[in-house]
Design a protein around this ligand. Structure first.
Ligand code: PAF
Length: 281
């Protein structure tokens, strides 16, 4: 497995490996969710790349950039075990050299939900993903459905900027008790970790209602809210029932496909989760 640190090295590698290429972009501290993306890439492409870069521009000033968990040696070993061909591991100076001043912003899609409480987040994600796609030049790029809004923002930007890459969405990988895998789960205390299962339980409770025929957006939001409220350690930041493509919040009756999503805090740890509800679920 090759480990490359500069855009020039990465470009040269790509020129020398002209077969189909899959890219799994990550911020490291890999868990089974990331590994499922990388594994799928290995299955679907002649070559597979992964990137590891904790991207400062997608963190707000009061967020966890400094303390974001890192374990590069372990990450590289896990990728080696999957037989990933190349890891792109740029430093801060390679990604944002002195004088850097260009950003990619996506419109409405990036403004609600996560964007509402994290105003610079999607500008940072869109910028770094555009740069990664530009340097690595994959045919396919793999993203998890857990970051539901991120997935839609990235799809939008590749369409809008005519980028020749297929965005592949992979199912959220969950712990046995339902908690969605996330590098941020590492911040949770034992008590908070136990409490955090309430998030998937709340989404499931709403899904059960939907399957039983409930179609009022407000009643679905209420089921999530009241379930999360039973857990004293959880502080719900938002619950959203949104049109699955536009992410416009639904009032009244829901249509045939919606994204039900939430964010909640456990102390200073902020977690997100979502499910897509479709008529045939
Ligand atoms: O989902 C992530 O880990 C990050 O947002 C991404 C897509 C790697 C961009 O930094």
């Amino acid at each position: 497995m090759e480990i490359l640190q500069t855009p020039a090295e990465m470009r040269t590698w790509r020129e020398e490996h002209p077969g189909s290429l899959g890219l799994t972009p990550t911020m490291g501290y890999l868990h089974e969710g990331h590994l499922a993306l990388a594994q799928r890439s290995v299955t679907e492409n002649r070559f597979s790349a992964a990137s590891i870069f904790v991207n400062p521009t997608q963190f707000g000033p009061d967020e966890d950039f400094q303390r974001y968990p890192r374990d590069e040696d372990r990450d590289l070993q896990l990728l080696r075990d999957l037989e990933i061909d190349v890891v792109y591991l740029p430093g801060l100076e390679e990604m944002y050299p002195k004088g850097y001043q260009t950003y990619v912003t996506v419109g409405e899609l990036a403004q609600g939900l996560e964007g509402a409480s994290r105003p610079v987040h999607f500008r940072g994600v869109a910028t770094v993903v555009t740069k990664l796609l530009n340097v690595v030049r994959p045919d396919r790029a793999y993203f998890g459905k857990k970051d539901g809004q991120q997935l839609r923002v990235i799809r939008r930007l590749t369409q809008d900027l005519d980028l020749a890459v297929e965005i592949v969405a992979c199912e959220t990988v969950r712990e046995k008790d339902g908690l969605a895998m996330s590098s941020r789960n590492a911040y949770l205390t034992v008590e908070q970790r136990r409490a955090a299962t309430i998030l998937s339980q709340a989404l499931q409770a709403a899904e059960t209602q939907f399957t039983a025929g409930a179609r009022s957006a407000e009643s679905l939001r209420r089921v999530v809210r009241t379930t999360v409220e039973t857990e004293p350690l959880a502080e719900l930041e938002y619950v959203s029932v949104a049109h699955s493509e536009t992410l416009a919040e639904v009032e009244g009756e829901v249509g045939s496909e919606i994204l039900l999503s939430l964010a909640a805090r456990f102390g200073s740890v902020r977690l997100i989760d979502n499910v897509t509800l479709t008529e045939d679920t």
